[in-house]
Ligand binder design. Structure first.
Ligand code: BGC
Length: 760
């Protein structure tokens, strides 16, 4: 755990340079706009610890799989959203010495992420080895208002005497990934040029053939005079260089405006024109105007999505950080894109899609953005349905059964550990649950009827083939699975998996029945399209009625899986601190045999399906499983925070909130340097809105069951619900509800029916 980030309500601040934590800071200060994003690498050269990372959403490379023991059914590749053209780079020489924070004396340093206005800033004073002292200030923007463009301004002053300054501002296309499995370079050079005071580089990914063209305009400004640089091109490296004497009275600045266009969004023949048009658009604006436009765009976002917490700066900073990073990763406009567990902040997890999106991110987008954003996330999976069917076929399933991949970029499975790839099949359930969640929240049945039902039928077919009849139990069982708790593999009858499977079959049948009534023609067309026979419905009903759910009746709990109680029952509180996290301190064998749970498993099911269980049942299970959970997945504390809130365990709920909210800011798990836990950031939002404020939708009605942590004066958030925009503020002994739309809404607030009239 680290504690070097200054607490502040709207900013993430590193005061003083922490070279040992530089990769952590590069993750924390990451900046993006949904279409592209970047770790907070320095513009100038840096020879210390650093992981370069500039990513373009959806631009990936199929890195050849590396595994010890190949199993049939393993994917050939792991898709990676890859490090792409470096547009921020500057080589700076002062009296012939290169500016490098690892080799000069850093006298003052501040790095700041201004979340309110969407800016990354840095300022520092350094003394070079040759004795020259300089001051640098930089501001970087990933334009939210024009997501194919970005800009930065970098200002240099010399503080003691005159110095000669040489600055090269460049584009570099020949970049690498640290995690390349076979040290391969992922890019081919296509072309570069330096024309009409514009630089450009075009690169193409190997195998996937994504073409990326970067166009860059530099402005070199000495005081108020614009200087003409020298241009040079050398393959994938193009630059503009300036050499000038600088006195302490001078201010020298470089402004860089870049456009990044890809063949994903433009025809190949149009890339040049698209890049030019983007550059024209951003060049027409001064840097201050760009900043203002950025502030306006982020202001609009915050007006709808902020969570305000008073009297607890650490919590306030953390929730804004989580919301900011999540939105930088996915803004919802493109249904081909999704939310990687690390977003644009690192290489780990490759920027690809996991069940995290459906289980954790969909609720955030449902409540804070117009419904089509969540719908785009659902549609992403609809577009991958054929691939999910192929994936299931490879494993021996038939008749249109679909197994969605554990990890994917384009719908194909990329994960290659058998206990996860073949066994962590519960992911299918989260995809189905998200369809239900969307329908429950928005009241819109059209998605289910037009697209969702096809997905549900295919997933249900998978469950129907994946169960088998046990003569001994006289029930259907699901054998050889891994539940959300990945510290158990190849178990039988994981309660969560069985529950989500049974629920999915039931929801699919109900949705079919509703469609039969509401639009019989559409239902017939659908049945023909997917070749659905009524006998299937009959066999699914039989499974629903006879599915086995492991329980321990003595303790009144659901059993995580068959035989869970055979394990030695010890508690996390019995574990010495020095043995945690167990995934770093224990052998895998010891972890598998222990009763310790990586992340919410039975409790994940109780969170999804809480309406089916009474409070005592939820409490008994929570009391049993919570003390055995080590939360070594970032996705775990939020589910516990929500259940603890429901059960009135406010202290625990708050403890879990803090753990999820400041996970990266305080680097709890010692892994922030790999990138941020973007998908669990949505869980932080859930901890407040679904946890503390107890927001639910039941019978088409929005309801809240609230409490407020003791140390807070108040907290407030915005939700959008069926055309109504609601602002909710919870105070220690009071609350405030503002209806920001022009339509009245009836809600249930702490058990009482309230009608909230539009604000006058
Ligand atoms: C968790 C998975 C999750 C993945 C990506 C793993 O550690 O166990 O549930 O999907 O991380 O966030």
């Amino acid at each position: 755990m680290k504690n070097y980030i200054v607490h502040d309500e709207w900013n993430i601040i590193e005061e003083g340079f922490h070279p040992a934590y530089n990769e952590v800071s590069e993750s924390l200060f990451s900046i993006g706009n949904g279409r592209m994003g970047q770790r907070a690498n320095f513009e100038e050269d840096y020879s210390g610890k650093s992981l370069s990372g500039s990513y373009l959403a959806g631009v990936y490379y199929p890195d050849k799989t590396r595994v010890g023991w190949w199993k049939n059914g393993y994917p050939e590749y792991f898709a990676k959203v890859i490090n792409s053209i470096n547009w921020i780079g500057l080589h700076i020489h002062v009296n012939g010495e290169i500016l490098d924070l690892a080799t000069c004396k850093v006298q003052r340093f501040q790095r700041k992420l201004d979340m309110k206005h969407g800016l990354l800033m840095r300022s520092f004073d350094v003394k070079l080895q040759n004795g020259v002292e300089i001051r640098v200030k930089s501001t970087r923007i990933f334009h939210l208002f024009q997501s194919e463009t970005a800009s930065l301004k970098y200002t240099i002053q010399v503080l003691n005497g005159q110095a000669s300054l040489q600055v090269a501002s460049y584009l570099e296309g020949d970049v690498v990934n640290r995690d390349s499995n076979y040290d391969e370079h992922f890019w081919n050079f296509i072309s570069s040029g330096a024309l009409d005071s514009q630089l450009n580089v075009t690169m193409k990914t190997k195998k996937t053939d994504f073409i990326v063209r970067a166009d860059l305009v530099n402005s070199f400004i000495l005081n108020t005079e614009t200087l003409a640089p020298k241009q040079s091109t050398d393959g994938a490296y193009v630059s503009e260089t300036i050499a000038i004497p600088l006195t302490p009275e001078d201010v020298f600045s470089i402004e860089k405006r870049v456009s990044m266009v890809t063949s994903q969004n433009h025809n190949e023949a149009e890339l040049v024109a698209a890049g030019r048009a983007n550059i024209e658009q951003v060049s027409a604006l001064s840097f201050d105007e760009l900043k203002n436009k950025q502030a306006l765009a982020w202001g609009n976002f915050w007006n709808e999505s902020d969570i305000e917490i008073t009297a607890d700066v650490a919590s306030q900073q953390a929730i804004r950080f989580n919301i900011f990073q999540l939105y930088q990763t996915y803004t919802g406009e493109d249904s081909r894109l999704n939310i990687g567990p690390k977003g644009f902040t690192g290489e780990k997890y490759g920027g690809v899609t996991y069940w995290d999106t459906e289980a954790y991110c969909v609720p955030f987008y449902l409540a804070t953005q117009p419904a089509d954003v969540a719908r785009n996330l659902l549609f992403y999976r609809y577009q991958h349905l054929d691939k999910a069917i192929e994936n299931a076929e490879k494993l021996g399933f038939s008749n249109g059964a679909a197994l969605y991949p554990m990890v994917t970029m384009n719908g194909e499975e990329c994960h290659n550990e058998w206990e996860i790839t073949f066994e962590e099949i519960h992911r299918n359930g989260a995809i189905a649950f998200a369809i239900y969640n969307y329908q429950r929240y928005t009241g819109d049945r059209s998605y289910v009827e037009n697209y969702g039902l096809e997905v549900l039928i295919a997933i249900s077919r998978f469950w129907a083939q994946r169960v088998n009849w046990s003569d001994e139990k006289e029930k259907y069982v699901i054998l050889g699975v891994t539940g959300p708790n990945e510290y158990e593999n190849n178990v039988n009858n994981n309660w969560y998996t069985n529950t989500v499977a049974g629920w999915c079959l039931k929801y699919t049948l109900e949705s079919i029945e509703t469609l039969k009534e509401s639009d019989p023609t559409k239902q017939i067309t659908l049945f023909e399209k997917v070749n659905f026979k009524e006998e299937e419905a009959v066999s699914w009903q039989h499974i629903i009625d006879h599915l086995y759910y492991p329980i321990d009746s003595e303790q009144g709990i659901f059993l995580q899986q068959d035989g869970y109680l055979d394990k030695e029952q010890v508690l996390v509180s019995d574990l010495p601190d020095k043995e945690r996290p167990i995934n770093q301190k224990w052998s895998w064998d010891r972890i598998l045999r222990s009763c310790f749970i990586k992340q919410a498993d039975v409790l994940q099911g109780l969170y999804f399906f809480e309406d089916q269980y009474d409070l005592d049942t939820i409490r008994r299970n929570y009391d049993f499983y919570e003390p055995r959970t080590v939360h070594e997945s970032s996705l775990s504390p939020c589910v516990h925070a929500i259940l603890a809130s429901k059960l009135g365990n406010e202290a625990k709920a708050y403890e879990f909130y803090l753990r999820t909210a400041r996970l990266d800011l305080d680097d709890y798990n010692n892994d922030t340097e790999d990138g941020l836990h973007i998908t669990s950031m949505a869980g932080t939002w859930m901890s407040i809105v679904e946890g503390f404020a107890g927001m639910r939708v039941k019978n088409n009605t929005l309801s809240f069951q609230t409490f407020i942590p003791k140390t807070w004066d108040s907290y407030a958030f915005h939700v959008q619900f069926r055309g109504v925009k609601l602002f909710v503020r919870i105070k220690q002994h009071d609350f405030e509800l503002i209806n920001k739309s022009n339509q009245e809404i009836n809600i249930i607030f702490n058990g009482e029916e309230i009608s909230v009239k539009p604000r006058a």
